[in-house]
Structure formats: C-alpha cells, structure tokens
Design a protein around this ligand. Sequence first.
Ligand SMILES: Cc1ncc(COP(=O)(O)O)c(C=O)c1O
Length: 385
Amino acid sequence: MKNLLPVYPVFQIEPVRGDGCYIYDKDDNRYLDFYGGHAVISIGHSHPVMKKRLKAQIDELMFYSNSIVNSKQQEVAEKIISLSGISEDYKFFMVNSGAEANENAVKLASMANGKNTFVVLENGFHGRTAAALSLTDKMKHRTAFNTDFKVIKVAINDTEALDHVMENESVCAVITEAIQGIGGIYSCNKSFLQAIRKHCDEKQSIWIADEVQCGFGRSGKFWAFQHADVEPDIITMAKGMGNGFPVGGLMIKENVLPIEYGMAGTTFGGNHLACEAVLSVLEVLESENLIQRAAEAGEWIKQELVQMMGVKEVRGKGLMIGIEMKFPIAELRKKMVVEEKIFTGSSSQKNTLRLLPPLNIPDDAIHYFLHTLQKSIGAHINVTI
Ligand SMILES: Cc1ncc(COP(=O)(O)O)c(C=O)c1O
C-alpha cells in the first residue's frame, strides 16, 4: 500500500463481502463483527432492504446539488422526527460525516449567540477536523490552529464543576456524548444532562448532543440523551445513520438557526443516494423493531459479561457496551480477531474493550461471542499469570 497515507494501525485482513453480522475475506474466511467498523453498521452488512433501495436509486439519479428540490431530504427529516419522537420544530441539515456535523454545530452555536467559550467533557471525542478536534479531549495532534477559542473541560457527571463553569463563564455551547464511545463507554447520568439543559436555558448557551456514535437506536432509545428526558438545541448524527454509506446530519432548534443563505451549506450533503441509505436504515429499524432489540440484547449481554473471570466493570446501554478488564485488552483483542475471527473495539482506556455489534445481531451469534470471549479471557489469564 505504498501510495496510501497510513492513518490507522491495520489488521492484515481484507474483507470483500458482508452479510448481516458477518464479513468475509477473499478466501471466504468468516469474521463475526462485534464492532461494526467503528460503530457504523446498525442494520447489518449488505441488508437486503438497503441493497434494493440503493440499486434502484442508482438507476434513477445519484446526485444533484442542494439548489434544487430534493423531497427525499424532507422524507428523511420527517421519519427521524417521528421515529425518534423529538419535537416537530427541529430543522434538519444533511452533511457527510460526524466531524462535519459537529463542525457545523459549533459554528451555528457561535453565530447564534456570538460567544466563543465551549464546555467539553473529559474523555470526549468529536472528530478530527479543526473545531471538532479542539473539542476533543487528550488529542495528541492538536496544533496552534486548534487553540484560538476557549475550551473548558468538565468531568462527566460532575454537576458541581458544571455549575461553577456555567455560573462564572460566558459559555457559547456545551457539547456532550450521552454515552462516550472512544472515551471508554461512560454514560452521562440523567441529572447531569438535565443540569446542562437548565444552565443552557438560563444563560442562552447552546447544548450540542453529539449522537454520532450513540444515536440511531444503538443505546436502546433512538437518541441516547432520551434516557434523560431532555432535548438539546442541536443533535449531531452520522455512523449508524447510513449503515456504511457516508452521511451525517444535524437537527437544529429555532434558537440556533442560521438567518441567511450561505451560513450553512454543502455540495454532497443529502444527495439522493445518501437519503436512500438513511431511509433504508429507518425502515429496517422500524420493521425489525431494532431499538427494542438493542435494549434487550444489551441487557442480556451485560448480565453474562459481569459474571466472567477477569472482568472489572461492564458499562453502557443497549448495544454500546464497554468491558473494563483487570488487564490491558490489546493482546486479547488481537487474539480474538486473528485466532477466533471476531472483531471487537478498543477505546482510549487501555483496559476497556468496546462492543458495537449490528442492532439485529442474532441470538446464536451472541451465544458464540460470549462463549468465545470467556474462553479467550481464560486462555489469556492462564498465559499471563
Ligand atoms: C462521538 C463521535 N463524534 C464524532 C465522530 C467523528 O465522526 P467522523 O469520523 O464521521 O467524522 C466520532 C467518530 O468516531 C465519534 O465517535
């Protein structure tokens, strides 16, 4: 791969085909996907509904710019609002990725209230573009470019620290992941999210809920912030929204709306194929009842995990699960891929394994996963003690 920029350490596996919770290499080796390629695969690889809708759309029209009518975008907006049960007054803007959604969210917040101080959570991750990187904790690769606005860090669920900052600073926006993904699957509790809502209302600050990883049903509710019965000013989304098709979006409340053309825009965002990808995901989430499935399967998996040897803590909601082991997980994770052909994820916490399977993961795959994980932990502990 001499002409490619190396951006991640790479497992020497090349999938060529996917089907449900499995991917296959060119020799037809089958891998069980408990990671969904960084939390992207929500309705399973190559879902028949998605294949049919995308193929039909390719035959019709793949793209035209956002200066024409595209009623598919309206259909996507209506379906997200009705399936997730959020207020009707959100306006929807489609972009191409999670970082781009957050980049737009921060810009719109600052345009709306003219402030430039941001509150972020420890261990938060919001993407690798300029503003998103500035809001991300512990990024090694920040540059001078990323330091031109004030960022104040608060520990997750530290309501006292939040109160102090909100009372003493002129805050533009607070950005949260209701369940932190890369940070190691830590959840914001209900009272903490409610305190953010209250402070933002009182101080004309904007609450941005980054639902890029935890949204679209993964947590057992459509949006992970819905576990706290509150609504943010901006919701950003991507990953599971397109089940592998590159698409992102923002739901924006009236108090943060751009007031002129040009304040928000994109060439590719919301193109016809992207809309069909999202409509496929929404159709399958509903027809296969996948949000409830995520809630139930997640509870079952967590109950089994807490009983396993070597496990210190199990965190998360729905099918967004972190297993904190009593040892660093790098070797175990590698063994699971190479020897057992099961993909799992790492996180910024070296002892925490991240599970993000498709939401329609079948029972037999869960049984197999749990059995194999237990066996692999046993083998790992025997070798290392
Ligand atoms: C919570 C969260 N926000 C934003 C991003 C960035 O999304 P993207 O890689 O699509 O730019 C990620 C990616 O992992 C994420 O987990």
